[in-house]
Design a protein around this ligand. Structure first.
Ligand code: NAD
Length: 361
């Protein structure tokens, strides 16, 4: 299996394969770029169909983190960890401690945190064997969990997107289709419900769907029908790759704005979105609330400062929407250019960055 010639390989600085048979651990850590600082990114646990799928995911996700931190104005690089396995059945304290030891061995080039399939309790176990872990600070508002901040950022981003596309700031009466009602998706639904939006939801786990239906009055549809529902906004909050030729052929929403990482199945999909007149909020821009939360947990800055920073996601998106329209290009391309201007020229950071956040590493 190739790494250096892999389609998703983008001069990643480090790719570490971890195997510990005694505890059932198979994981990959990828560090994409550390120009702006040490790499920080979540640890995902997922039952990948193949090792190749896991490699593709970690390469894409770690690169996405470089872009995300750069555009969010954080002094951090991009990295990610994937554990190959079913988090509902195979996650054990022994496995997590063994992973922590491996992260410790990297001496701080990669700092881990929560992602899909891992939670605050897991990070606390990992912290028993490594200092390079965030999302464990229980004295913060959400007790270390970045998901509510991610959801807040997505909510802010949806408001910016509907303002730009639909010329309204009022969500009441609008219908939002949310794909994936997990940690982020459920918190997002709470914000949307409070703002008066109608919710249509789908998830592969019935208990997650039932919670949204019973607690928030959401309408549930089968997973394969969520793309074609009559909605103003489609919010992908499940796994990556959900935006492709097939899903877009069914899409009725004219705004796509959600939390999932790597929403575009292929980069070319960005152009297709533009051609269809669908306003796409680039995933790593709109979902930066989580990395901001994680970074602020290590900074000692106030919650008010964090929330102010998250609110700026809306301004960043609006700037991207405007630039994309003016240059007749895709929002994804504009976001990439903005991020690259920042992390490929760290010497310009003092002028590019408006943040004074200091992260204790
Ligand atoms: P999660 O695992 O808690 O939730 C994901 C949900 O999607 C689960 O309930 C799962 O059952 C569901 N799902 C999976 N495949 C599906 C499908 N085909 N159709 C419908 N539902 C499906 O994860 P999360 O922490 O809520 O993260 C959601 C997404 O947002 C992920 O892509 C993650 O990488 C991204 N993200 C999360 C954070 C964070 O703070 N947690 C931050 C940035 C980005």
């Amino acid at each position: 299996m190739s790494v250096f010639s892999h389609l998703e390989f983008d001069n990643h600085q480090q790719v570490v394969f971890i195997s510990d048979e005694a505890v059932g651990l198979k994981a990959i850590i990828a560090v994409h770029n550390t120009n702006l600082g040490p790499s920080l990114g979540g640890c995902r646990m997922w039952p990948y169909a193949s090792d190749s799928d896991a490699i593709a995911d970690v390469l894409r996700l770690s690169k996405g983190m470089t872009y995300k931190s750069a555009i969010a104005g954080l002094p951090l690089g991009g990295g990610k960890c994937v554990i190959i396995g079913d988090h509902r059945r195979q996650k054990t304290p022994q496995l997590l401690r063994a992973l922590g030891q491996q992260i410790e061995n990297l001496s701080g080039s990669y700092i881990t945190a929560e992602d899909s399939g891992t939670c605050v309790a897991d990070m606390q176990i990992i912290s028993q064997t490594t200092q390079y872990v965030s999302g464990v600070q229980e004295n913060t508002l959400h007790k270390g969990d970045p998901s509510p901040s991610t959801a807040l950022g997505v909510f802010v981003g949806i408001k910016a997107a509907i303002h730009y596309q639909l010329n309204t700031l009022d969500l009441s009466g609008l219908t939002i289709a949310v794909q994936g009602i997990g940690n982020v998706g459920f918190h997002l639904c709470q914000y949307l419900k409070a703002a008066g939006a109608n919710l249509i939801v789908a998830d592969i786990f019935a208990d997650n769907v039932n919670r949204a239906v019973s607690q928030l009055g959401a309408k549930a549809v089968p997973s394969n029908e969520i793309y074609s529902v009559d909605a103003d906004v489609f919010a992908p909050c499940a796994m990556g790759g959900s935006l492709n030729i097939e899903s877009l052929s069914k899409m009725r929403a004219t705004v796509i704005a959600g939390a999932a990482n790597n929403q575009l199945a292929r980069p070319e999909v960005a152009k297709l979105l533009q051609q269809k007149g669908i306003l796409y909020a680039p995933d790593y821009v709109i979902n930066a609330g989580g990395i901001l939360d994680i970074a602020y947990q290590r900074s000692g800055a106030s919650l008010a400062a964090l929330n102010t920073h998250i609110e700026r996601i809306g301004d960043t998106l609006t700037e991207i929407f405007v630039r994309a329209e003016q240059s007749n290009t895709s929002t994804d391309l504009v976001a990439n250019q903005l991020a690259e201007e920042i992390f490929q020229r760290p010497d310009l950071q003092t002028t590019n960055s408006t943040n004074n956040i200091t992260i204790n590493l």
